[in-house]
Design a protein around this ligand. Structure first.
Ligand code: ADP
Ligand code: MG
Length: 232
């Protein structure tokens, strides 16, 4: 299978209170197309930092991050933003929908930035995505007018806007109750079945169970990497 992510001897240092702290130590990791990787581990141990390197939100201090054949450190500014828009869908714990835009407008926005689809087709695609996540009726509502679970489902629709091969999610159910979280997992499981690559930080046991690979990060190192899990 083709590699979609390659990390080679990656280190990340942060300046904290005047001292340099190494948050990621020598991470070497390949993720293949179609894997569903659950990243687990205690809080403050580098999980979000690792995800931010995969999306190019942040760059490593040393080492290489290659996503879909592209060395992310080579890119910055608009070029990186544009690349990310077409290649990676990102889902956050606190949804991060734009509050002044309707759910529909939130889903259209990444298509406007990326501009791969003609303008007249964007609304139709956004509606299809909202239907897919069960939000056709709520399309014209603002984020504040729907529940947390609905906001997260809209955020997933937004992450899919440009049909990225890779979806990265940082504790996507961390702010949802168990029943709502379950409906969000179903969406992720469905994406996995469609051959998307998913990399997700989660504390949720059920979501980690749905993954085909479990990566445990402790003190900025890969503590365990169990890819013997079979796809469901
Ligand atoms: P996790 O997601 O596992 O909870 P993080 O990756 O968010 O952990 O954080 C790992 C460590 O890096 C923590 O000590 C955190 O304070 C530090 N850290 C994260 N981001 C920054 C930053 N932008 N500047 C300085 N320190 C940071
Ligand atoms: Mg985190």
């Amino acid at each position: 299978m083709k590699k979609i992510i390659e990390l080679k001897n990656v280190y990340k240092d942060y300046q904290q209170a005047g001292t340099l702290q190494t948050v990621l130590h020598d991470i070497t990791l390949d993720i293949l197309v179609g894997e569903f990787v659950a990243i687990v581990g205690p809080s403050g141990n580098g999980k979000s930092t690792l995800l931010n390197l995969l999306t190019g939100i942040d760059h490593p201090t040393r080492g290489e991050v290659i996503v879909d054949g592209v060395r992310l450190q080579k890119m910055s500014g608009e070029k990186l933003t544009s690349w990310r828009g077409g290649h990676v869908g990102i889902v956050f714990q606190f949804f991060q929908l734009l509050p002044a835009l309707t759910l529909l407008q939130n889903v259209i926005l990444p298509m406007d930035f990326h501009a791969a689809l003609p303008k007249r087709q964007r609304k139709q695609r956004a509606m299809q995505l909202l239907e897919r996540v069960g939000l056709a009726e709520e399309a014209e509502r603002l984020p504040s007018q729907v529940s947390g679970g609905q906001q997260q489902r809209a955020a997933i629709a937004r992450a899919l806007a440009n049909d990225p091969a890779l979806i990265v999610a940082d504790e996507p159910t961390g702010n949802l109750d168990a029943a709502t979280a379950a409906s969000v997992f179903e969406l992720f499981a469905h994406l996995r079945d469609q051959g998307k690559t998913l990399v997700m930080v989660t504390h949720n046991e059920a979501l980690a169970e749905a993954a085909t690979r479990k990566l445990e990060i402790r003190s900025g190192r890969i503590h365990a990497d169990d890819s013997r899990l079979s796809a469901h």
